[in-house]
Design a protein around this ligand. Structure first.
Ligand SMILES: Cc1cc2nc3c(=O)[nH]c(=O)nc-3n(C[C@H](O)[C@H](O)[C@H](O)COP(=O)(O)O)c2cc1C
Length: 175
């Protein structure tokens, strides 16, 4: 599928049908995310995926009510990154933005992740509101990783529309 088409198909999905997310598809999706650019190729992104009923319930319970409602029937991908590496400028020092670069790299990877998921016929929802400590405990995520979004993944129940976007001249300056 062409990139412009994929970008339009990907919309935040907040109602999922009860459909299985295949493990082989998850691997293909993360393989694609793996190819994104990162600071000095530091590749600090990590993924923890809930496909079993037990794991899905654990992640579901780590979400606030409105995100639970939006992601019922979905599987989950928890994305984190190793801190203190991306943004490094040598001799153990970090650039002034520090771990923001790790978050930046993870965002790049997650864009690939979501577009690949769309290509394979899945829908996604990034959720920034979640109980980080519950997720850390369940997946045994090391303390040197910063846990970022939970991404719901599944199949849409209803049509999804593109939300309003700023005009190009509001976000772009060319000189
Ligand atoms: C960092 C980030 C955090 C978000 N957190 C949530 C969330 O907790 N719950 C939710 O329903 N949507 C969340 N969203 C989805 C946004 O609301 C959505 O991307 C935006 O409204 C644009 O819609 P679109 O994704 O369909 O283009 C989040 C998106 C991003 C990028």
């Amino acid at each position: 599928m062409e990139l412009n088409e994929l970008v339009k198909i990907r919309r935040s999905c907040r109602r999922y049908i009860d459909a299985q997310v295949k493990e082989e598809d998850v691997k293909e999706i993360i393989e694609c995310a793996r190819l994104a650019a990162s600071w000095k190729n530091s590749q600090t992104g990590r993924y923890y995926v809930a496909l079993s009923e037990e794991a899905k319930k654990a992640v579901y319970e780590a979400l606030p009510d409105f995100n639970r409602r939006s992601s019922a029937n979905a599987a989950y991908i928890v994305a984190s990154f190793k801190k203190g590496l991306s943004g490094g400028i040598g001799e153990g020092k970090m650039s002034e933005e520090g771990d923001l670069w790790g978050a930046y790299d993870l965002g790049l990877q997650n864009s690939y992740l979501m577009l690949k998921a769309s290509e394979l016929g899945y829908d996604t929802l990034i959720m920034g509101l979640r109980d980080v400590e519950a997720l850390r405990t369940y997946f045994a995520i090391p303390e040197d990783e910063i846990i970022m979004p939970v991404i719901a993944i599944g199949k849409r129940e209803n049509e999804l529309k593109l939300g309003a976007r700023k005009q190009l001249d509001e976000i772009l300056k060319i000189r």
